[in-house]
Design a protein around this ligand. Structure first.
Ligand code: ADP
Length: 232
């Protein structure tokens, strides 16, 4: 699904953010990416969404070789990859339903399809009944789940969640993580970056640690601290 072969990213002439990263993510995997601030996590995600271009090495996502990608193919790539950010990025003057519907309107879906799809996706993220609420009337966790609904409404193969719980208290953070797990169970590959050790420990998924632009470790079912995770 995602293949990186000795990928390097140098900003300017000398600022090496990623240094020959090689990585393989299978379809339907759930991968957590951790690392200190400045380690290169965001750069890695930006290369995948093609916000940035690699300086060296090869990136292939869903069979698309980024070296052969033309500008006109980028919208197609972006449909394969949904993205969720720490700060939600919702449209403040649209309600929950409209925020999600908008992601379909801009790519030309018809009304019927929108009316069919949006309620199903709001149901998946647990926001049934909140359709008419404005973003300001929602909790942080609910806002993030609207953002997730918007990111998955076009059924991307990959969902990238860049610190999606960074602004949330533990209860809401976990609600968001549970939604990511559900989406993953439905078959979407999930890449999650987080600084939250408890989330890493409870998820028990593959954890890739980036340090100074390199992969410092890549472990299945990684744990960060001793002791069994608390139940909720
Ligand atoms: P992380 O997401 O792990 O905090 P980043 O990928 O944002 O790390 O940053 C990795 C390195 O690349 C840092 O040294 C950062 O200063 C540098 N960097 C990131 N974005 C840019 C940019 N647009 N221009 C120049 N340097 C950048």
């Amino acid at each position: 699904m995602i293949l990186l072969d000795r990928v390097t990213k140098v900003y300017g002439k000398t600022n090496t953010a990623l240094d020959r990263i090689s990585l393989h993510v299978e379809p339907k995997e759930f991968v957590i990416i951790v690392g200190k601030s400045g380690a290169g996590k965001s750069t890695l995600l930006k290369l995948l969404t093609r916000e940035e271009r690699q300086t060296g090495g090869k990136i292939v996502v869903g069979g698309i070789d980024y070296d052969k990608l033309k500008d006109k193919d980028i919208p197609l790539l972006r449909r394969k990859i949904g993205v969720v950010f720490q700060d939600f990025k919702l449209l403040p003057n649209k309600n929950v339903y409209e925020n999600v519907a908008f992601a379909l309107e801009i790519v030309g879906y018809g009304n019927k399809e929108i009316q069919h799809t949006v309620p199903r996706v709001l149901d998946i993220v647990g926001l049934k009944g909140k359709e008419k609420n404005m973003p300001r009337e929602l909790s942080g966790g609910e806002r993030q789940r609207v953002a997730i609904a918007r990111a998955i409404v076009r059924q991307p193969k990959i969902l990238i969640a860049d610190e999606p719980t960074g602004n949330l208290d533990p209860k809401h953070a976990w609600d968001v993580i549970k939604v990511l797990e559900k989406i993953n169970r439905y078959g979407t590959t999930v890449l999650l970056t987080t600084h939250n050790q408890e989330i890493v420990n409870r998820l028990k998924r593959r954890v890739i640690t980036i340090d100074n632009g390199k992969i410092a470790s890549d472990r299945a079912n990684a744990q960060y601290s001793q002791g069994s995770p608390k139940q909720q």
